[in-house]
Design a protein around this ligand. Structure first.
Ligand SMILES: NC(=O)c1ccc[n+]([C@@H]2O[C@H](COP(=O)([O-])OP(=O)(O)OC[C@H]3O[C@@H](n4cnc5c(N)ncnc54)[C@H](O)[C@@H]3O)[C@@H](O)[C@H]2O)c1
Ligand SMILES: O=P(O)(O)OC[C@H](O)CO
Length: 288
């Protein structure tokens, strides 16, 4: 809608709809908003069709590949090594954008001119688009915050109060920065729209599916029941599992992610997760 409102010709593909070949014919930009589970499959399908070498791939998926722990843009870049890939991520609850409420986002790429093209395509008086040279940091911000949003939903579901929520979100950001550092992302990116910005949006909105997962679990629902009633994908559930695997391999301290993981596995109750976090060894605030 945003690109079409700017006068661009837009074609939409879904697996329920039109032929992918017809949609890809002569395109300048391919934007993927497939949920993580389908990214590799769809990128491989796209590979079978001819594209101009200048075609830019934009990815809006917020997740991690369970097999490889790759981010979605890394998958697109592996499959299309000679094409520019741009990450689009920010505090962008889609229902609000659909209602034309004001929002801002980030487009990030190793190829600055590609990010600038995408910035122009989507920018409007209701959608402010910033460029950024750290695609990995931008992508990880949008991905890692989903796990903290599950925890924030639990926090609100248990009615733990504003102090608890502020502590959780702030310590959640510290955890995101620690993981990002290990991964090779820039620390400052996590303090921008795609990190802190998206963390605040997702941890504070019932429109977020990840927040909803935590909220429903705190209310005593099982994960199976919660996911069955959820509209759309809560990527944080899969991301949390992949992250635990990587954190163990790389020896990264991820206390909040670990409690969310155990909760999702059904190993502990939301109250036990809270106690585990509060009763950890006391320590200095900063220890990246
Ligand atoms: N909804 C939002 O507010 C929002 C905002 C920013 C980013 N995102 C991210 O965008 C992605 C999609 O979110 P959504 O809200 O549209 O989720 P959704 O569950 O509503 O839609 C995901 C779509 O992916 C399709 N899909 C999955 N596997 C596929 C495959 N193998 N082949 C073809 N299609 C396949 C599904 O059919 C579905 O239409 C997620 O990674 C999400 O984190 C969502
Ligand atoms: O509904 P969620 O939890 O996937 O959140 C949507 C977006 O990531 C918010 O920016």
């Amino acid at each position: 809608n945003l690109a079409a409102a700017n006068g661009h010709q837009v074609r939409v593909w879904s697996r329920q709809g039109s032929q992918i070949e017809a949609v890809l014919k002569d395109v300048q930009i391919v934007l993927s908003a497939i949920s993580m589970i389908g990214v590799r499959d769809v990128a491989s399908q796209v590979q079978s069709f001819p594209l101009s070498p200048e075609t830019i791939f934009v990815t809006a998926t917020k997740g991690l590949d369970p097999q490889t722990t790759c981010t979605p843009s890394q998958i697109w870049q592996q499959i299309f090594p000679n094409h520019p890939v741009v990450v689009l991520s920010g505090p962008n609850l889609s229902k609000e954008i659909q209602m034309q409420l004001p929002a801002a986002t980030v487009v990030a790429s190793n190829i600055p001119t590609a990010a600038e093209v995408v910035q122009l395509v989507f920018s409007s008086h209701r959608f402010r688009v910033y460029t950024n040279p750290d695609p990995l940091g931008v992508e990880l911000g949008g991905t890692l915050k989903n796990v903290i949003a599950i925890a924030a939903g639990v926090c609100d579901g248990l009615q733990l109060g504003t102090n608890a929520k502020a502590a959780l979100v702030t310590r959640g950001l510290t955890e995101m920065v620690r993981i990002g550092n290990n991964w090779g992302a820039k620390m400052e990116t996590f303090y921008g729209l795609s990190g802190l910005g998206d963390l605040l949006a997702t941890c504070n909105s019932p429109l977020s599916r990840n927040y909803q997962v935590g909220y429903q679990l705190a209310g005593g629902k099982s994960l199976t029941e919660t996911l069955a009633n959820l509209q759309g994908t809560a990527e944080g559930v899969n991301t949390c599992r992949v992250l635990m695997q990587r954190a163990k391999q790389q020896n990264i301290a991820v206390p909040i992610t670990e409690q969310v993981y155990r909760l999702l596995q059904g190993e502990i109750t939301p109250r036990q997760a809270l106690d585990e976090l509060m009763l950890r060894d006391i320590k200095p605030e900063y220890n990246y």
